[in-house]
Design a protein around this ligand. Structure first.
Ligand code: FAD
Length: 596
C-alpha cells in the first residue's frame, strides 16, 4: 500500500495550488513540474525503502540507555543517512549552498512521505533541518561556518531545548541561566525536559538550541536568549575535541513516537557547559519562534499524514473484510458483504478522508503561502501574506492535530477488534498522532494565541487577506451549479465568523482577557472548520474542472463527495461554537476547584 496518495498530492500541488506558477519566479527558473515530481519520487522511495520497514520495530524496541550511551536500533541511523544522501535535508537551500532550491510546498510534500512512513525516525532529520535553518538565519558567521556543514552532512543533528521540568507552556518562567565569560562564550546551567533527540547514537555530534536567561536579564519572555550548545566541543575543522558539560539524566518512555529519544538533560552540572549566544541577547524567543513556526506547520503536516495512513489502512481493510449483510437482506444463506458496503463504515471512511485530505490541503496551502511570501518582490503585497500566514499558523498546527487523531480513532473503529491489537498498524498511528496536540504549543495555548493575538495583529490585516483568498475561491466555485449549496453555506459561515469575532472583540475590550479568552478553544474549532470548509470548496472546484474532461473519474467524484460530507456533517457544528462564544458562556470559567 502506498504511504500517501501521489494523485492527491499532485492534485493539491498543481490543480488546486497552481504550483506551476512558481516556475515564473527567477528562483525556480531551473525547475519544472518534472523536477518537482522527481523529487517527490525520490522522497517516496527513501520513505518506503528506509523509513517504513522499521516503523513498527522502532516502536517496539524503544531507545535504551546503558548508563553511558544511548542506543537506537541501527535502522534509524541508516534511514537518517539515506535522507541526507538523497539531498532531502538541504532540499530548500540555494544551489550555491548545495541545496536543490526547492519550493516549500514541494519540500513539504516530500517530508509528508517520510513522516507517513515513520514519524519517530523522521523526527531526527526534521529537528536538524529546523535547527540548521535557525542557525543559518540568526547565528554569526563563525557559528555558521563551524556547525552548518556538520549538520548539512548529517554529522551533527539538531535539537530544540525549551521545556524545563517546571516550565512547559509558560516559557517566561524558564530558569536555565547563562553567565558570560571572558573568552566570549557563556556558561549554561539548568535542566531541560522532554528534549527530542537530546541524546542518541545516530550522529557524531548534537547541536542543542537552548533557551536560557543571561544573569540580570529583564523578567519574563523579554529576558530569554538563545544559545548554541554542542554535545561535543569542536575545533576549527568541526572535529570533536572534548565533551561539553551536557549530561543525559535519563530517557522518558512514551505512548507513541517511541523511536525518538525523549530526554532529560542537565546542562552545567560541573559548571563547565559552554554555550554560544545566537544573535542578540534577550531576543532568543523571537529567534526560536522562527523555528517553532516552521515546526508548527510541520506538526500539522505530520498529524495530517499520520491521519492519512490510518485512513488508507482502514480503507483497504474495509474492502476486504466480509461481515454481515445490508439491513434489507434477511437471507442468512447469502454471502456476507465487505464492511465497506455498510453506510456507517462509509461514514467513518468519509470522515477520515475529509479530515486527512482537508488537513493535507491546509498544510500544503500554508507552505504555498510561504513560497508566495518569498517570491513576492513588492513589500506591500508581502505583508498581507505574512499576516495571513501568522494568523493561520495556530490553525495549521492545531486543526490537523485534533482531527488527525480523530481520524486514527475511526480507523481503529473500522478494524473492530483487529484495530485494537498491535498486529495491525492503526493503533500505532493513533498513539503516534496523539502527541501532536501536546507539543509545539498545546491546543489550548494555540487557541489563545489565535484569539488573543493573531486575530488583531496589524489591525486585522491577516483576516482581511484571508477573506480575499476565500472570495477568490467563492468566485471560482460560483461557476459550478453543483457547488451553489456550499458557496451559500460558506458565505453564511463567514458572516457568523464576523459576528462572533466582533462579539469577542467587545468582550475582550470591555470585560478583559479572563472572560474574552475563556472559550478560546471553541474559537479555534469555529475558525478551523471554516478554513477547512473553504479548502474543501476549493478542492471541489478543482475536481469539477477535472471532471469536465473525464466525467466519471472516481478520484474527482471522491473529492466532491468528501466536500459534501464536510459541509453537511461538519460545518454546521460552528453554530454551536458560535453560540457558546457569543453568549460568553461561563460554565467552564466559573467551575470551582472544589466542585470537581
Ligand atoms: C513526546 C514529546 C516531545 C517533546 N519534544 C520537545 C522538544 O524537543 N523540545 C522541547 O523544548 N519540548 C519538547 N516537548 C515538550 C512540549 O513542548 C511540552 O510538553 C508542551 O509545551 C506542554 O508543556 P507541559 O508538558 O509542561 O504542559 P503544561 O504547560 O503544564 O500544560 C498542561 C495543560 O495545561 C494547559 N495550560 C497550560 N498553561 C495554560 C494557560 N495559560 N491557559 C490555559 N491552559 C493552559 C495546557 O494547554 C495543557 O493542556 C515535548 C513533549 C513531548 C510529550
Amino acid at each position: 500500500m502506498p504511504l500517501l496518495s501521489r494523485q492527491d498530492l499532485e492534485f493539491c500541488l498543481y490543480e488546486m495550488l497552481d504550483t506551476d506558477s512558481l516556475l515564473q519566479s527567477p528562483r525556480y527558473a531551473d525547475h519544472s513540474r518534472e523536477t518537482f515530481n522527481q523529487t517527490l519520487e525520490t522522497a517516496e522511495q527513501v520513505a518506503t525503502k528506509y523509513f517504513a520497514p522499521h516503523n513498527q520495530l522502532a516502536d517496539e524496541k524503544e531507545p535504551w540507555f546503558d548508563g553511558e550511551t544511548v542506543h537506537t536500533i541501527p535502522e534509524v541511523k541508516e534511514a537518517f543517512r539515506h535522507f541526507v544522501n538523497a539531498g532531502l535535508l538541504t532540499a530548500r537551500l540555494e544551489f550555491d549552498e548545495g541545496g536543490m532550491q526547492l519550493p516549500h510546498v514541494v519540500a513539504a510534500a516530500c517530508t509528508g512521505y517520510v513522516t507517513a512512513a515513520n514519524p519517530s525516525s523522521a523526527a531526527y532529520p526534521f529537528l536538524t533541518l529546523a535547527a540548521s535553518n535557525l542557525i543559518r538565519h540568526f547565528a554569526n558567521n563563525e557559528l555558521k561556518s563551524t556547525y552548518l556543514p556538520l549538520m548539512r552532512t548529517g554529522l551533527a543533528a539538531g535539537t530544540m531545548a525549551l521545556t524545563e521540568p517546571d516550565t512547559g507552556s509558560s516559557l517566561a518562567d524558564i530558569k536555565t541561566s547563562a553567565t558570560p565569560t571572558e573568552q566570549g562564550h557563556y556558561l549554561i546551567k539548568g535542566n531541560k525536559m522532554f528534549i527530542s533527540g537530546g541524546d542518541q547514537d545516530i550522529t557524531d555530534n548534537i547541536v542543542h538550541l537552548v533557551l536560557a536567561k543571561i544573569k540580570g536579564a529583564p523578567a519574563g519572555v523579554k529576558g530569554i536568549s538563545l544559545f548554541l550548545v554542542p554535545k561535543w566541543l569542536v575545533d576549527d575543522n568541526g572535529e570533536p575535541t572534548q565533551r561539553n558539560d551536557v549530561q543525559l539524566a535519563g530517557l522518558l518512555h512514551k505512548m507513541g513516537y517511541r523511536g525518538t529519544t525523549s530526554t532529560v538533560l542537565n546542562f552545567g552540572e560541573r559548571d563547565q557547559c559552554v554555550g554560544y549566544l545566537i544573535g542578540e541577547p534577550h531576543q532568543g524567543l523571537k529567534y526560536m519562534f522562527m523555528m517553532m513556526n516552521e515546526a508548527r506547520v510541520g506538526v500539522g503536516l505530520g498529524a495530517a499524514v499520520i491521519g492519512y495512513r490510518g485512513y488508507a489502512e482502514s480503507l483497504e481493510y474495509a474492502r476486504e473484510r466480509p461481515q454481515g449483510r445490508h439491513p434489507s437482506n434477511k437471507d442468512p444463506a447469502s454471502k456476507p458483504i465487505p464492511i465497506i458496503e455498510h453506510a456507517d463504515v462509509k461514514r467513518m471512511l468519509l470522515a477520515q478522508k475529509a479530515y486527512a485530505e482537508g488537513s493535507i490541503a491546509l498544510c500544503l496551502y500554508a507552505n504555498h503561502l510561504i513560497d508566495r511570501i518569498e517570491t513576492c518582490d513588492a513589500p506591500e503585497r508581502r505583508q498581507p501574506l505574512q499576516e495571513l500566514l501568522d494568523l493561520l499558523t495556530p490553525i495549521v498546527k492545531s486543526w490537523p492535530s485534533e482531527f488527525g487523531p480523530k481520524a486514527n480513532s475511526l480507523a481503529i473503529q473500522i478494524l473492530g477488534g483487529a484495530g485494537y491489537i498491535r498486529e495491525y498498524p492503526v493503533e500505532q498511528c493513533y498513539r503516534d498522532n496523539r502527541l501532536n496536540p501536546i507539543h509545539e504549543g498545546t491546543h489550548g495555548i494555540q487557541a489563545m494565541d489565535l484569539l488573543g493575538r493573531k486575530l488583531w495583529q496589524a489591525g486585522g490585516l491577516g483576516v482581511q487577506t484571508l477573506l480575499g483568498e476565500i472570495g477568490a475561491t467563492l468566485q471560482q466555485a460560483g461557476e459550478f451549479d453543483e457547488l451553489n449549496e456550499f458557496c451559500e453555506q460558506l458565505q453564511a459561515a463567514l458572516q457568523l465568523l464576523n459576528t462572533t469575532t466582533e462579539s469577542l472583540g467587545g468582550q475582550l475590550q470591555q470585560q478583559g482577557p479572563d472572560i474574552g479568552l475563556a472559550n478560546a478553544s471553541a474559537y479555534l474549532s469555529l475558525s478551523g472548520h471554516i478554513v477547512v470548509a473553504w479548502l474543501w470548496l476549493w478542492q471541489a472546484s478543482a475536481a469539477l474542472k477535472g471532471l469536465h474532461n473525464d466525467s466519471e473519474n472516481p478520484f474527482y467524484r471522491g473529492k466532491l463527495q468528501a466536500c459534501r460530507f464536510f459541509f453537511r456533517w461538519e460545518l454546521p457544528k460552528i453554530q454551536h461554537w458560535s453560540h457558546l462564544l457569543q453568549s460568553a458562556d461561563d460554565t467552564c470559567r466559573t467551575m470551582q476547584n472544589d466542585y470537581f
